[in-house]
Design a protein around this ligand. Sequence first.
Ligand code: FEO
Length: 392
Amino acid sequence: MLRAVAEGVYCVGSVDWLMRDFHSFATPHGVTYNSYLVLDEKIALIDTVKAPFAKELFSNIADISNAEKIDYIIVNHAEPDHASALPLVVQSCKKAKVVCTKKCQEILSHYHDVSKWEFQIVKEGDTLSLGKKTLSFIETPMLHWPESMFTYLKEEKILFSMDAFGQHFSSSLRFDDEVNLCDVMEEAKRYYANVVMPYGQPVLKALEKIKNIAIRVIAPSHGVIWRKSVATIVSLYEEWALFKPQSKILVIYDTMWESTKEMAVAIHRGASIEKVSAHLISVRSTNMTDIVTEILDAQGIVFGSANLNQRVMPFMGMLFTYLKGLKPQKKIGAAFGSYGWGRGAVEEIEEVLKDLGFETVSPAIKSQWKPTAEILEKCRQLGRNMAEKVKK
Ligand code: FEO
């Protein structure tokens, strides 16, 4: 894990190879908690790690310097995956000041006993000289917590971006040009969709703040460091924040005795036209993290559920709860489903589409018991209509 990012700048964080569930975010490639040591006449540590990984952090620091020589601990973000080791770090870095915003100090005080910590409070545009190197601070509130902040190292043109531009991706290699870039980009998209999606406006404000800054390297708090694809990941963040849609349709369903599945297959078949990417997704057998990642750039989303006790089926309800928080935008939606003697599931989907602000393109399709040939043709037509609508 110990790698130089630039002269006098080292990666000293830790790799959580075994993590597979990051507060409900599925992490098949594990997680990293990146921390950076900047050496100069003064020494700064930028962000720490999750508490159980403090030993690895100290061992990495010891390979380069001595914790007691650290002058500043910069806290870009107070969330425990980056700051729960902070009490141990403050204890070991005996002369270090904790450098953070006022809001960050307040949040840290709710997690830790900070009464004996020496703080140096910074705000937008403040600088901190380490000798030949200078750090400056860029506040990025609600990306994705109120205290979120970037730190910029002017002389090396490195942006320490905390969660922004991060990915849950474990590797002993540290740079984007050393690993499979497709895997990293997919994980960056999963991270954006599942963590950052509700904060499009704060993302755009942050991008505006950094647009005139020369950035050679983006060093996030999770995953690999961007040095080859800096412009690409910045431009993807802009696309994602604006919900720039692809010609893509998702048919997301849950079924009880296959009737709703038959309808889903018919809709998907209708939507599978040239130049449109149509995906058929069973909500019960697909991870929520993956579904939401697909939703990020899909323009058309058709939800279907069998009726269970006058409601949608449980996994569909779980997805709706998740989506109401994530607030995907600029989507076109439709509803379908089968029922026996009671109704309610399709009506519930229609309500959710309204709540989410989706544009709806056609009346919901309902089938009592098994869908007839006529209903299946209606489903195919719905898919076709949706596909024509999203086709570029
Ligand atoms: Fe990686 Fe918001 O903490």
